[in-house]
Design a binder for this molecule. Structure first.
Ligand code: GLN
Length: 512
């Protein structure tokens, strides 16, 4: 069977559109149809508007017809996490407090994606204000993992990852503060990259923890992620922490996939006891694959990584408590109790009480406490010292190796509801991903197989030094090629073909 439009990679889709074999409108319509078919079950999208998407697609077709050179992703649909400001289009961060708000401007990343001719196909579900690891903290809906709909798709960017795995979009945008791109990628067998901090612009991205937040690409293939990374990355004067340097050569790295002689450090502290057996098994098999390809594998100790989670859950809420102060009932979205007699403080209190969910409130309270004058040094101050020690562990590692690797998550996708009553169990999902946010280096998750015990995806995490994001793509592309040979094709094809038992109707849907 010829691959349907839905089964094409973003690179292939872009090539067909550029060659005039397919229009941007047809590509958008095929994905809108798929959303119509499967999103009642998957629930990856918070907002779609066919007319909005088709109007963008028509404009791209017109620009291409006029001979404009738009680059390799022109006409390719993209799903957008609902944390990115999209001018005139609802942007809720999955919170009641922003219900009905339409931003007056586009985030820089959105501007760049539009300029490159990508077509936004909808806004995706997430944990409220990106706080969570399961997308269950969304105020509006839970999202199913397309591999097993009763399982979580990861979080906070579960909607973007699920949209990719359900073939509702070939590309998506995410943000990663403690793992929100990589953990959803790991549990859905998709590719998720957290660029170097400062490598992609945060302007117009609703802030969670500003010193950690980083937008990044989500895709089904390594090359697709690199193509999107190249479009969205690069210096932005509107973001004061943006690095004034060219985007690392990510596309060339994804095309090369050369790992011969690459020194790969396995982080001793991430893995082993407490990790699911299937996660460990697939991770070690992937290491063997890389060794066979000529990479040099050594063990590296990063002793302070074990304190990462604790320090993150002080630094992140501290920044959250400050960033979320702007939702004051006056400027955006919801306003509760404004009956003409209530004081400003009463309206603010009522609005924040009604508008924020439990996890958001928990973090605002923890952060406010950690920053209070009597406790500042003991909590926030100590956490900052741990952050420095983690960065020093990375620096020491880079003296010996080119990249570090670990499982991306300790377990595969857990069941919906399983961890929602136990915040600490939920926080453990980010054990492996947090160190890279703390140090600001580049990091990614790539699919490395299905765990034998439950048949669910396992993610392989690669970490690279600041501005060496291209190394992630070299390792990812090497793994992708070698493993596709072993599996007889990309892992996600099995899902589309129904072999995983969750048939989404993709393979046959393309009578159209
Ligand atoms: N799961 C982590 C948290 O809840 C990470 C969130 C994120 O990266 N946005 O904080």
């Amino acid at each position: 069977m010829t691959p349907s439009v839905l089964r094409l990679t973003a690179a292939e889709l872009g090539a067909r559109i550029a060659a005039g074999e397919l229009t941007a409108v047809e590509a958008a319509q095929a994905h809108l149809d798929q959303i119509g078919r499967v999103d009642g079950d998957v629930r990856a999208f918070l907002h779609t508007d066919a007319e909005w998407s088709l109007a963008q697609a028509r404009a791209v077709d017109a620009r291409l017809a006029a001979g404009e050179q738009l680059g390799p992703l022109a006409g390719v649909p993209i799903a957008v996490k609902d944390i990115f400001c999209t001018a005139g289009v609802p942007t809720t961060c999955a919170s009641r407090i922003l219900e009905g708000w339409r931003p007056p401007y586009d985030a820089t990343v959105i501007e760049r994606v539009r300029a490159a001719g990508l077509v936004m196909i909808g806004k995706t579900n997430m944990d409220e204000f990106a706080m969570g690891s399961s997308t269950e903290n969304s105020a509006f809906q839970t999202t199913g993992n397309p591999w097993a709909l009763d399982r979580i798709p990861g979080g906070s960017g579960g909607g973007s990852a699920a949209a990719l795995a359900a073939f509702e979009a070939p590309l998506a945008l995410g943000t990663d503060t403690g793992g929100s791109i990589r953990q959803p990628a790991a549990v859905t067998a998709t590719v998720g990259v957290k660029p170097t901090y400062g490598g992609t612009s945060r302007y117009g991205v609703i802030a969670m923890a500003s010193s950690l937040d980083q937008p990044g690409p989500c895709a089904r293939t390594v090359l697709d992620a690199a193509l999107l990374h190249a479009v969205m990355g690069g210096h932005d004067p509107m973001d004061s922490t943006s690095i004034d340097a060219p985007v690392p050569p990510v596309v060339a790295a994804a095309r090369s996939g050369e790992v011969r002689g690459l020194r790969i450090g396995v982080v001793r502290e991430l893995g082993g006891e407490g990790y699911a057996p299937g996660v460990e098994q697939r991770f070690h098999e992937a290491l063997d694959v890389l060794a066979d390809l000529g990479a040099e594998i050594v063990e590296v100790s990063c002793p302070h990584f074990r304190y990462g989670l604790g320090a993150y859950y002080l630094i992140m809420p501290s920044e959250v408590s400050s960033n979320l102060a702007r939702f004051d009932a006056m400027r955006y979205g919801l306003r509760v109790g404004d009956d003409g007699t209530a004081s400003v403080v009463e309206v603010m209190r009522a609005t924040r009480g009604a508008g924020f969910g439990a996890e958001v409130k928990r973090r605002i309270i923890i952060g406010t406490y950690a920053l209070s004058s009597g406790y500042y040094d003991a909590y926030y101050g100590s956490a900052q010292k741990v952050r420095r020690l983690i960065a020093q562990d990375f620096d020491a590692a880079w003296e010996r190796v080119d990249v570090l690797v670990s499982p991306a998550t300790p377990t595969t996708a857990f069941r919906k509801g399983e961890r929602i009553a136990d915040p600490l169990a939920m926080y453990m999902s980010d054990l492996c991903t947090i160190p890279s946010n703390m140090a600001g280096n580049a990091s990614a998750s790539f699919p490395c197989g299905l765990a034998p015990e439950d048949g669910l995806p396992v993610g392989f995490q690669v970490m690279a030094p600041v501005l060496a994001d291209d190394r992630l793509y070299r390792v990812g592309a090497a793994l992708e090629r070698a493993l596709a040979e072993r599996w007889g094709g990309p892992l996600l094809d099995r899902l589309a073909d129904g072999a995983a038992g969750t048939y989404l109707g993709v393979a046959t849907a393309e009578g159209n």
